[in-house]
Structure formats: structure tokens, C-alpha cells
Design a protein around this ligand. Structure first.
Ligand code: 13P
Ligand code: MG
Ligand code: MG
Length: 388
């Protein structure tokens, strides 16, 4: 038996003509580095994709979660792509590399990190095959997966598998992180078992700007991790708005876990999330094909989804399925674009812009602070006494 770690590490290190997509030479340098690392045996297998302007490195290896070498390798790849972006005058070169030369694990240094370590054993009874989805969102806050994950793991109205599969029926343990906790040496997390604590989970996930699902484990024994989400806040690291968090997520599927069709079902809604232009609006999340640039009005939040299989040695099947690239999502896309158009007719007033706690990291605070000084207090006028 041998353990394999699947790591997805993603960063925006520059894009063409605004926050659209990385350039081909940037992707080439990343592809070449990944190919070399696999040839040299540093990684078992690897692939690079982009969703909007974010480059995602998908890597299998034996180093475990948070492996310093794998993280450093990813960081150096992003640095190499940054140099190419700078030379070509691309926008936002090195945008998500927020810390100077982080040592070891780069979680909290800017790039989004989702990782799961698991046993890869074809003889194992409960998990002879390994299948998983990688979701990558652009122009999106880290709570972007709250609604779909709640729907899939807590709500049989969305996921009939919770009723039909005795293994799923045992429930799951959700780890939810408080993203407002800013201490350098600790995370603030809560673990809740569902279905018993579903309403408590709902009470937290209601606020996706503060609370996000970080991990989900099976309650089927042996406990297996089914979900990992990169739930960190860039503005908590940088202290100001430097770009959106654009979270990535791994969801293992089939067998003791939900099926892929159950995992992607909630994405037909086009649920509202914080993100969009300047990361400062509330807009619906649109499922798109892998390697899609951001080119529409508003900078609509996007999410891509790739389906993988992994062999006993930790190698990916040579072809993959681009789930949201399929024609069945065309009607959803049209509906979501129309939903966005209608919603944004309201401009900036009230709920179409992100919550005040989010806007507090943008330039609007300077305007409000200046205006604050112009306010004056008007004394209440006494009501004239009645002479009669
Ligand atoms: P990214 O976080 O994808 O770079 O987008 C930032 C932005 O402000 C888009 O308007
Ligand atoms: Mg960008
Ligand atoms: Mg981005």
C-alpha cells in the first residue's frame, strides 16, 4: 500500500490585456517545468490548466500535504511565469505572490492550495478505483463553494445519493474555517457532523465572506477525505484588495462519495457569490470550459471542472473530461448571463455590490473617510408651543 498526495496549487501571476488569461509562453514555461519534474521523479504526474487568469498546477506525488519541496517547486514555477509576464508587459505580473521568498509550505503566501492524501490500492475494498474532480473558480471569493458543497453533502433535495447509497447515508464531517481569524500561527476551525448538525453548518455557510468549507471527510470507516478547498483570504494577507481569492477545490467521487453528476448539480443555479469586477460585486457563478478567458462584461465569476482518474501508481489517465465544457451546460450559461445582466441594471446600489466588510479593503474607504469629515450635526428644532 502506498499513499499518494494530490495537490492543486493555483496563482494569478499575470494576464493579457487585463484580468483575462495567462499568455501561451507563460503556460509553456509551466508545462515544461512540470514535464521535467515528472521525468526526474520529483512528481508522479502533473498537469497545468488555466481558468480565467489563474494558472492551476495539478500534481500527484508522495510528499504528503504541505510538502515543502512540492510547494517550493510550484512557487518557483509561478516566479518563472511572472518573469515572462513582466517582460511582455502583461497585466498583474506576480499579483498573487504576496510574500517574499516563503520557506517551505506556501499556504498563506498568496497562491490557493487544495490537497488530499489518500491510499492508492486497487485491492482495497472500499476504494479500488480513484476518480476526482478539480474545480477552479476565477473572479470569486473563497466561499464560492459553500452553496454547492452544502447542497451536495447536506441536502437530499439536491443529492438523491444521500438517500440511495447506504455509505453516503452515514453522513459526512465538514471542517469549516473562520477566515476572519488572522493569527499567523493558527487557524480557527470547527468540525461538524451532518446530517445531525446541518442547520449549524447552514448558519455558518450563510456568510461565505467569513466562513468557508475547507475539508469534508466521510463518516464511513475508514474515514476518507472527500473534499479539500483553498479557503484563505488574500486581503487578510495583503491588508488591502490585491485581486480575488479565486479558490480551487478537489472533490473525490464515486463509491463511498457522491457521483460527479451529483457534485455538479448545484452549478445549474448560477448562485450569487462575492467576486466579479474588482472583486467587489455580488454576481452569479458561471460554469465554463477549462482554459476559458474572462472576456465578458462585468468580469462574471467563472468556474471550471475537470474529471480525472488515477492509476495504482498515482498517474492520471491520459485523457480527462472537461465537465463544464460540455454542450449540456450551454443553456445554464445563457441563463446565468441573463441573470447577471438583469441584476446589474441596479448598478452599485446596495446588494449588487459586495458586503461592506469586503468593500473595506477597497479604495471606497478613502472616499467615505473624506466625506465623513463633511458631515455635520443638525440640532433637532424645538416644536413651537401652541398659543391657544
Ligand atoms: P483577479 O483576482 O482574477 O485577478 O481579478 C481581479 C479583478 O479585480 C477583476 O476585476
Ligand atoms: Mg488577475
Ligand atoms: Mg483570477
Amino acid at each position: 500500500m502506498s499513499k499518494v498526495t494530490f495537490s492543486v496549487i493555483k496563482a494569478d501571476v499575470g494576464s493579457i490585456g487585463g484580468h483575462t488569461e495567462p499568455s501561451k509562453p507563460m503556460m509553456e514555461v509551466i508545462h515544461n517545468r512540470l514535464r521535467k519534474a515528472v521525468e526526474e521523479g520529483k512528481l508522479i504526474d502533473a498537469l497545468a490548466t488555466h481558468t480565467g487568469d489563474d494558472i492551476a498546477l495539478l500534481m500527484s506525488h508522495r510528499g504528503g500535504v504541505g510538502d515543502a519541496q512540492v510547494h517550493q517547486f510550484a512557487w518557483e514555477g509561478f516566479l518563472a511565469a511572472t518573469e515572462i509576464a513582466k517582460d511582455a508587459g502583461l497585466y498583474g505580473a506576480g499579483q498573487d505572490l504576496l510574500v517574499d521568498a516563503p520557506s517551505g509550505n506556501i499556504r498563506g503566501a498568496g497562491p490557493a492550495v487544495a490537497e488530499i492524501e489518500f491510499e492508492r490500492d486497487p485491492k482495497c475494498k472500499h476504494r479500488p478505483a480513484e476518480a476526482f474532480l478539480v474545480l477552479a473558480a476565477d473572479k470569486a471569493g473563497p466561499g464560492a463553494y459553500n452553496y454547492p458543497l452544502y447542497s451536495v453533502f447536506c441536502d437530499p433535495m439536491h443529492n438523491g445519493g444521500l438517500l440511495l447509497s447506504p455509505k453516503l447515508h452515514l453522513g459526512f464531517t465538514l471542517t469549516i474555517i473562520d477566515m476572519d481569524h488572522k493569527a499567523k500561527d493558527s487557524d480557527r476551525v470547527i468540525r461538524l457532523d451532518v446530517p445531525e448538525r446541518s442547520w449549524d453548518v447552514a448558519a455558518l455557510l450563510q456568510n461565505p465572506d467569513r466562513f468557508a468549507v475547507e475539508a469534508i471527510h466521510s463518516r464511513y470507516q475508514p474515514q476518507e477525505q472527500v473534499v479539500s478547498v483553498s479557503a484563505t483570504r488574500l486581503h487578510n494577507i495583503a491588508g488591502k484588495y490585491t485581486g480575488k481569492d479565486d479558490p480551487v477545490s478537489i472533490v473525490r467521487v464515486q463509491g463511498i462519495f457522491p457521483a460527479p453528476e451529483e457534485v455538479v448539480e448545484p452549478y445549474i443555479l448560477g448562485h450569487f457569490i462575492s467576486g466579479d469586477a474588482r472583486g467587489s460585486h455580488v454576481m452569479p457563478l458561471m460554469p465554463v470550459a477549462i482554459n476559458t478567458p474572462v472576456a465578458g462584461p462585468f468580469c462574471l465569476p467563472l468556474v471550471s471542472c475537470l474529471a480525472f482518474s488515477m492509476d495504482a501508481k498515482g498517474r492520471f489517465a491520459r485523457s480527462r473530461v472537461d465537465i463544464f465544457g460540455n454542450v449540456v451546460w450551454d443553456a445554464t450559461r445563457l441563463k446565468i448571463q441573463q441573470k447577471a445582466d438583469e441584476w446589474r441594471r441596479q448598478g452599485f446600489i446596495g446588494p449588487t455590490m459586495a458586503a461592506q466588510a469586503e468593500l473595506a479593503y477597497t479604495g471606497i474607504v478613502d472616499t467615505l473617510a473624506a466625506l465623513d469629515k463633511e458631515f455635520s450635526l443638525r440640532k433637532e428644532q424645538p416644536v413651537a408651543a401652541d398659543d391657544d
